[in-house]
Design a protein around this ligand. Structure first.
Ligand code: ATP
Ligand code: ZN
Length: 213
């Protein structure tokens, strides 16, 4: 059996350290020096790919990677056809709507007719539809929090963990639309051998999680 599992993780960002730690705690050894984009494990039939988190769901859907570690927020927003096989318990955060602190706010209906800046247009659209709110979604690629203070939008929809970024931009958090943590996603087209390797890996991950609790 020559099956190998290609596991995509974030190259550099908030998921990177915990993703690497988890793989190591599963007893998988590899050399990740030198900023390489790909490395082979030395004691398990796996390769690690280091990518931007946004690219991971697409690579897993296409089968370029067989597994990936991403935030649920990114996986859901991508709408790619992948399986979420396990919740990993780190990088917990939420996707929230914020408005200027001095703005009166009584409930989600207050967003009717407003414009909202976000990098998560799909999740925001779903939330607004579920609440029968018609708002204009401004998709921007970064620095979402400054949009209200520069007059680009009335509100923002962005990732929050402590809320300090919202506060320092004169915003208050008014709605939480999605709660996220890191998840393991898998391709829907694994060979029987790869499925077997995934089961072994999940067994190890669950053991690591049990040992921590
Ligand atoms: P990349 O360069 O890979 O595209 P990025 O800037 O899009 O990186 P990060 O800021 O590293 O992404 O965040 C990666 C993921 O970590 C987010 O999608 C989210 O799931 C989670 N996350 C983001 N902000 C926080 C936070 N403040 N606390 C905890 N987890 C967070
Ligand atoms: Zn990203």
């Amino acid at each position: 059996m020559n099956d190998i599992l290609r596991i995509a993780i974030q190259k550099s960002g908030r998921l990177s350290e915990d993703s690497l730690k988890l793989i190591k705690e599963c007893g998988i050894r590899f050399d990740n020096g030198g900023g390489k984009l790909k490395t082979a494990a030395t004691n398990f039939p796996a390769e690690i790919l280091f990518l931007r988190d946004d690219d991971i769901p697409g690579y897993v859907e296409d089968g370029v990677a067989h597994l990936g570690i991403v935030g649920e927020n990114v996986s859901e927003e991508s709408d790619r056809d992948v399986d979420t096989v396990h919740k990993l318990g780190f990088s917990k955060c939420r996707l929230s709507i914020g408005v200027l602190r001095e703005q009166e706010y009584h409930g989600v209906k207050d967003l009717d007719g407003k414009s909202i800046a976000t990098t998560y247009p799909r999740l925001l659209d779903k939330y607004l539809k579920e609440h029968n709110v018609t708002a204009q979604i401004h998709e921007i690629s970064g620095s979402v929090e400054i949009a209200p203070s520069i007059g680009l939008a009335d509100a923002v929809c962005d990732i929050v963990s402590s809320g300090s970024t919202l506060l320092s931009n004169g915003l208050k958090e008014v709605e939480t639309i999605f709660r996220s943590e890191a998840v393991m996603i898998a391709s829907k087209h694994l060979s029987p051998g790869q499925q077997e390797l995934l089961d072994q890996l999940l067994f190890r991950i669950k053991s690591v999680q049990v040992a921590k609790n």
